[in-house]
Every structure is written in structure tokens, then in C-alpha cells.
Ligand binder design. Structure first.
Ligand SMILES: [Zn+2]
Length: 304
């Protein structure tokens, strides 16, 4: 009897200990990797809503009405910035600037981010208008940047929900610590393929490459999904030969099997890289799993 009586008391205590549970800030993340980082910071208050699906490139496409509703309903919209998620940029342009200032958090502006300029490979055409400068927006593929994003989100959540500030900050610090450990693990697992060269479908992996000593020598398209012309293919083939490339990597968001014919044409081994984590449910560990899978895909193809 005594044990039974203890249950309601324990329940009452739990409810009292989490008075803010019902008022947890609503976070919407643009892409799955950011949703994973946000899930780690939110802990019990997560997971966040995900705005853009991982089976498609985030670069293009307007938001659907349902996505715009999720965005407008959020207390915090965590996104990279207008150079990456152009559909979100367009949706935010239509909202009142004061709402945007109060409800959005641009990962690219987080304190302590490592920024890398957009690169051009030897033999690339002149960049198209609007793509002439600025930073490479694929900045989530660096574990140090993920830690910086987690801390920035924790600070924003601390303002929105002061009673939970310590929890969010502790979650962000735990996540940042796990990123330091992950970076060391991945560096060790990628050591055997350090310096080995490759071609990519689109130039999305620079932050990961720089963090772990890998090096793309050419990209087949300036934008994901762009048709690859014969001249571009010939140029990339020459570059790959001159630089001793081993593999060509398609993005997981490209049509299945797209890499097979290209790899044959280029005389390279085919591989697939997933910068977003297609099929990975955003959760506290999903960002780490995304990076581990990426490392595994690089290693699997580049190892001789
Ligand atoms: Zn991209």
C-alpha cells in the first residue's frame, strides 16, 4: 500500500519540477543537421520542427503553405542564411522585419563560427551573377561550428525561457564537449585517407574536408541538380587525372544511380555523400550520426 501511495506524490513532484514543460519554446530548424543540433540543446523540450525535408537540396524551392505555417508559429527559426535556404529567405522577406529580428537565429552569424569563402576550382567557369562572393554556406559540416550553433541557440532559448536557461546552457556545453571528442575520433578514422583526392557533384563538403584533411579537386555542377554538360565533364576528367583523384561522390539528394555513369566517364570509383542525413530522424544524436556516416562514406571509397 505504501508503495502505491508513493506514486501520486512522485508524480506531483515531477510536475512541480517541470512547471515550464508546457511552455517550452517552439523551435523550427531549416535542415535536419540543424534540427539535430537543436534537439541536443532542447533535451526534454525537443525535438524541434523540421522545415525542409532531407531528401531534397535546401538551395531551391519555395516553401509550401504548411511549411510557412510552421515557420510563422515558431518562437525561434534556426536556419543557415539566405545563401543556403533561399525559400526560407523569401518567406522571411514577406514577414514584418521586427518579427524576423525576434524570431529567427541565423547559424552563419553565431559567435565563434569558422567561416570559409566560396571556392572555385581551376577551370571553373566564371561564377554566375549573385554567386560572386561571400562564404560557403555549408558550414554545419564542421563539428566546431555545430558547437557554436548549439551555444547560440542555448543563449536565445535562455532569453525566451529564463527558468530553463541553465538546462539549455548545460545541454549545449555537453553537446560541445561531445563534438570535441567526435572531431578527434573522426580525424583518427580518416587518417588513412588524408590527402586523397576526389571529385564532388556539388561543392558542399569544404568544411568537413578542411576539418579532416581531405581535398576535392573539382565539382561537376555549381548548383545541385544542374545538368552536367559534356564540356564540363571533359574538363573535370582532365582535372581529376592531373590531380590523381580516386573517387567521384554524388550527393544523396541526387537521383539514385546518377553517379554510376559519371564515375565510368571519369574513370573514378563511385561514392555517395549525404550532407543532410536523409532518412535520419532528428534527435539528440542525429548530428553525430550524420558526421560519422559522412566519414564512413569518404573512407569507404577513398581507401585503396
Ligand atoms: Zn549545397
Amino acid at each position: 500500500m505504501q508503495r502505491r501511495d508513493a506514486f501520486p506524490a512522485a508524480l506531483a513532484f515531477l510536475l512541480a519540477a517541470h512547471p515550464a514543460a508546457a511552455a517550452a519554446p517552439k523551435v523550427a530548424a531549416s535542415i535536419a543537421p540543424l534540427a539535430g543540433i537543436a534537439a541536443a540543446v532542447l533535451g526534454e523540450d525537443g525535438p524541434p520542427a523540421l522545415l525542409l525535408p532531407s531528401d531534397r537540396s535546401p538551395h531551391r524551392g519555395a516553401l509550401q503553405a504548411s511549411q510557412t505555417r510552421v515557420l510563422a508559429d515558431a518562437d525561434v527559426v534556426l536556419w543557415i542564411g539566405p545563401d543556403l535556404e533561399r525559400g526560407i529567405g523569401a518567406a522571411l522577406d514577406a514577414m514584418p522585419p521586427t518579427w524576423v529580428a525576434e524570431h529567427t537565429l541565423r547559424a552563419e552569424a553565431a559567435q565563434g563560427m569558422r567561416h570559409r569563402p566560396l571556392r572555385r576550382f581551376a577551370g571553373d567557369a566564371e561564377p554566375a551573377e549573385g554567386r560572386t562572393g561571400g562564404d560557403d554556406p555549408h558550414l554545419w559540416l564542421d563539428p566546431g561550428n555545430a558547437a557554436a550553433i548549439a551555444r547560440a541557440l542555448a543563449e536565445r532559448l535562455a532569453i525566451l525561457e529564463p527558468p530553463r536557461a541553465a538546462v539549455y546552457r548545460a545541454n549545449a556545453e555537453r553537446f560541445a564537449g561531445s563534438m570535441t571528442a567526435l572531431e578527434a575520433d573522426l580525424a583518427e578514422s580518416l587518417a588513412p585517407v588524408r590527402g586523397r583526392r576526389f571529385v564532388v557533384f556539388h561543392d558542399a563538403y569544404r568544411y568537413f574536408e578542411t576539418a579532416f584533411g581531405l581535398e576535392a579537386v573539382a565539382a561537376l555542377a555549381d548548383e545541385p541538380g544542374e545538368p552536367i554538360g559534356g564540356r564540363r565533364l571533359a574538363e573535370v576528367r582532365a582535372r581529376a587525372e592531373a590531380d590523381g583523384a580516386v573517387c567521384v561522390f554524388a550527393d544523396a539528394q541526387a537521383p539514385e544511380g546518377a553517379v554510376t555513369g559519371i564515375a565510368r566517364d571519369l574513370g573514378l570509383k563511385p561514392g555517395v555523400l549525404d550532407p543532410l542525413g536523409a532518412g535520419l530522424e532528428p534527435g539528440v544524436d542525429s548530428y553525430a550520426i550524420l558526421l560519422k556516416r559522412l566519414a564512413e562514406a569518404f573512407r569507404g571509397c577513398l581507401a585503396r
